[in-house]
Design a protein around this ligand. Structure first.
Ligand SMILES: Nc1ncnc2c1ncn2[C@@H]1O[C@H](COP(=O)(O)OP(=O)(O)O)[C@@H](O)[C@H]1O
Ligand SMILES: Cc1cn([C@H]2C[C@H](O)[C@@H](COP(=O)(O)OP(=O)(O)O)O2)c(=O)[nH]c1=O
Length: 218
């Protein structure tokens, strides 16, 4: 892509699979390749996003699904779309795939979730990180569970299976999906795979400036 529009990349996957670690490494790599990077996350940092994050353990099912979707619509309108219009590469930690997994863990049917998110901005590249459930459980033990979705010992295996389904759902809607296994590799290697699949920065005539990469050590 060589226009002035930026690129929207989302990262999803089970809790403690490595999303935020990979996102940091990816930001460094893409800046080294000439991208103007804007990093963000869902729930967002707005008042509604903070409310959503604060109540994600006490609200359940459709109520939480609606709250997360409301925050997503606001996030697109006030932050994501403006940065893309400005030519930035937007990296978002959690997006639609997380809804298709976490809200389904809460018993909300997928058609309801797709209806709530029917007209959202779809990512140019949706990255789904995965790993062996035992490895995810081990990383969770080291890092610590941060919310109720992490507390069930069976959660990593169910999340891995549901993210595989979410990848198919997104793919069937024309989204470019990249499923990456974080087992036996470093966050920098995972980030490099994503950077290699990212279109060149907005407005560039040449391709990515690979020799100028500044990989970070994990
Ligand atoms: N590719 C990887 N290989 C080994 N450990 C990793 C890898 N990616 C992340 N980790 C480790 O896993 C833990 C959870 O990572 P984090 O980025 O916080 O996960 P998430 O944002 O998905 O919840 C951290 O301790 C991190 O250092
Ligand atoms: C994006 C998203 C988040 N959430 C919830 C799950 C968590 O309770 C919370 C944030 O998740 P998470 O990013 O894992 O939190 P942290 O940054 O502390 O590791 O938002 C959903 O339920 N559905 C969604 O689609």
């Amino acid at each position: 892509m060589t226009g002035t529009r930026g690129t929207f990349i989302t990262l999803d996957g089970p809790g403690a699979v490595g999303k935020s670690t990979v996102l940091t490494a990816l930001g460094h790599l893409l800046r080294g390749r000439g991208h103007r990077v804007h990093t963000t996350a869902e729930p967002s940092t707005s008042a509604l996003g903070q409310f959503t994050r604060a109540h994600a353990d006490s609200l359940h099912g459709r109520a939480l699904a609606c709250l997360v979707a409301a925050n997503r619509h606001e996030h697109i309108e006030t932050e994501i779309q403006p940065h893309i219009d400005a030519g930035d590469t937007v990296l978002c930690d959690r997006y639609l795939a997380s809804t298709l997994v976490l809200q389904r863990l809460d018993g909300v049917p997928e058609p309801y979730l797709l209806a709530l998110n029917a007209d959202i901005l779809l990512p140019d590249l949706a990255v789904i990180l995965t790993a062996d459930p035992a490895m995810i459980a081990a990383r969770l033990t080291v890092r610590g569970a941060r919310h109720r979705f992490h507390l069930d010992p069976a959660a990593p295996a169910r999340e891995v299976a549901l993210y595989a389904e979410a990848a198919c759902t997104l793919g069937s809607r024309g989204v470019h999906v990249l499923v990456l296994d974080t087992d036996g590799t470093t966050p920098t290697n995972v980030a490099t795979r994503i950077a290699d699949a990212t279109p060149p920065p907005a407005g560039s005539v040449l391709g990515p400036t690979r020799p100028d990469d500044h990989p970070v050590t994990p």
